[in-house]
Design a protein. Structure first.
Length: 582
């Protein structure tokens, strides 16, 4: 709401763990270093703790993007499990199939041990990450200790990372868990930010959001932000977001300590806020006026200007009142803000210098937004294909390519003949999907562990739109979290001459394409051919990776080129900006 008023392109203070906004304070760098050390530490347990909102999950997301390629990750974000459920979940995360008829603690442990030994023989590491680990029961923690006994003569086979609130340290220090505590090879407690770090944190997030001018907070406001938030990043985000909204409501381009103080009362202290409202309510009334006006404008757009046909408003109201069960599936191409087909996008070759998608595509997306995809029907994941090749045949046409069903060749091998590449990861996040902003195939698993492949069409704050063939369905993010563990694949178009990751010192046509794209992003003249990935070009690449929330490693690979295309407005298939929230 206030973004354009302050010259921002995005909302800077969302509480979602978006790696793009990760501010690496000295303590955050140390926390990340402890996690990375743990992966290389030869097994055992790594412990990361911190107060609520200190940034533990965001550090973990950054860590996941930097784990070695030979490391297989199992990530558990719901630790309220029994011992059998824990073992079943770990096996599921590692893709270990245990027949339900023979499932027992011994069966799960034997299958896990066999998998770990096979991975070790191939030179691979297995990493188990458990978030919110302060909720683990003593019985589950003891089972985790027993899992650290799976080893060879040289090393432990399973590396375990526990992430949780300070109570986790107290829990491990308690009676009965001394043996597990002795297996902790690295531990770190993530403290709050100092006053200078708080000011740098606020400036960093505003810069990532597109701020080009002076900081909208004065020095007194920044001091008040730290005092009120205690230096906890999540509290800083909540406070700054409310303070900017308050300044916007008053039409002030600068945020002073008075506005921050009122915003803190609103966000952190309901009693103080109530007393303040009784004494003086200009800010509150201003905010209410802005929010109310926005709601009226939104209602007018939905019921009036968006569809001027006679009776359109009544039809919209009737449609919203209709029960979800009676909804009829709509074609995926007509789903809310569905991605445009290849006919709506010009295919791009080489270094991504094509113009932005035409306005016609945007108008088609706006028209499609009037359609609400139905909720996923009762069979659930059964509507999505189990055959991956079949799923690829629904994704590939968005890039103007159709895999041949007459050949048994891997669709990704066929893609190379079209100048395209497949990108796969087993550690993806919703944040990464939003960041890449392109249709993708999600690998989902039902309650029986059976794999299904769904095409991601749209992604909103609370809902996603998934497509099966020509049908689209809405699912809640909570439902998606039950089925999706981070495995996804998508398509990208590499620059001419790209054959592998572009590392420091690389040269050739792909490096020239990278240099031209970065120059366009920086609004600089195009460089001459014959570029080498070093010096100024390497510095430009590092700046781009930092701005995009990527690992700043100076290596240009699929994610770097996909995000560079997005930053340049290259005409490629995109995810919808959001999925309709019912």
């Amino acid at each position: 709401m206030y973004a354009s008023f302050f010259g921002l392109k995005h909302s800077p203070f969302s509480i979602a763990p978006d790696p793009r906004y990760l501010y690496m304070s000295e303590r955050h760098r140390e926390a990340l270093a402890h996690l990375l050390y743990g992966v290389q530490g030869g097994g055992g347990v790594v412990l990361l703790t911190g107060e609520i909102g200190a940034g533990k999950t965001t550090v973990c997301r950054c860590f996941l993007e930097q784990v070695p390629a030979d490391c297989q990750v199992a990530y558990i974000f719901n630790p309220q499990l029994t011992v059998p459920e824990l073992l079943q979940t770990v096996c599921d995360e590692f893709g270990i199939v245990v027949p339900p008829a023979s499932a027992s603690l011994k069966t799960y442990i034997d299958a896990l041990n066999a998998h770990l030994l096979a991975a070790h023989a191939k030179g691979r590491q297995c990493l188990l990450i458990i978030d919110e680990a302060q909720h683990l029961s003593a019985e589950v923690l003891e089972q985790l200790r027993l899992l650290t006994n799976l080893e060879t003569r040289e090393r432990k086979l399973l590396q375990i990372v526990l992430i949780g609130q300070p109570e986790l340290r107290t829990l491990l220090a308690g009676a009965g868990l001394e043996q597990l505590a002795q297996r902790v090879i690295a531990r770190y407690h993530l403290d709050a930010l100092t006053p200078p770090e708080t000011a740098a944190y606020v400036a960093h997030r505003l810069a990532v959001a597109g701020l080009a001018g002076p900081l909208p907070f004065d020095a007194a406001a920044l001091r008040r932000i730290h005092a009120s938030s205690g230096g906890v990043p999540r509290r800083i985000n909540l406070l700054c977001d409310r303070a900017l909204l308050g300044a916007f409501a008053e039409g002030r381009p600068r945020v002073g300590s008075r506005i921050v103080e009122r915003a803190a009362a609103e966000v952190f202290d309901a009693a103080a806020a109530a007393a303040r409202r009784r004494r003086s309510a200009p800010l509150v009334l201003g905010l209410a006026g802005v929010l109310g006006g926005a709601a009226l404008l939104g209602a007018g757009w939905m019921l009036g200007t968006h569809d001027r046909r006679p009776g359109a408003g009544a039809q919209a109201a009737a449609a919203s009142a209709a029960p979800h069960a009676s909804a009829v599936p709509v074609p995926a191409a007509q789903a809310s803000e569905a991605v445009a087909t290849a006919a709506s996008f010009a295919l791009v070759a080489g270094s991504a210098s094509a113009p932005v998608a035409p306005a016609a595509a945007a108008s088609q997306a706006a028209a499609a937004a009037a359609e609400l995809p139905p909720l996923l029907p009762t069979p659930g994941l059964a509507v999505f294909p189990s055959d991956e090749a079949q799923a690829w045949r629904t994704l590939a046409p968005l890039w103007g390519w159709q895999p041949s069903p007459a050949t048994a060749a891997d669709p990704c091998l066929q893609a190379r003949a079209q100048g395209l590449r497949c990108f796969r990861t087993g550690a993806g996040t919703l944040t990464q999907l939003r960041q890449l902003d392109r249709p993708a195939l999600l690998l989902l698993r039902d309650g029986d562990g059976k794999a299904r492949h769904a095409r991601l069409v749209a992604l909103g704050p609370q809902r996603a739109t998934l497509a099966a063939d020509d049908r689209a369905y809405a699912v809640s993010i909570d439902e998606l979290a039950q089925w999706w563990r981070g495995d996804f694949a998508t398509i990208w178009r590499p620059p001419d001459g790209y054959s592998r990751l572009l590392e420091p010192g690389a040269e050739g046509p792909a490096v020239d394409a990278l240099a031209q794209g970065l120059a366009q992003w920086r609004r600089e003249p195009p460089p001459p051919p014959g570029q080498v990935l070093q010096g100024a070009l390497a510095a430009n690449l590092a700046s781009f990776q930092l701005a995009q929330g990527l690992k700043v490693d100076g290596i240009a690979g699929p994610t770097t080129f996909m995000l560079l295309n997005r930053a340049l407005g290259v005409a490629e298939p995109h995810l919808a900006a959001g999925s309709p929230e019912r």
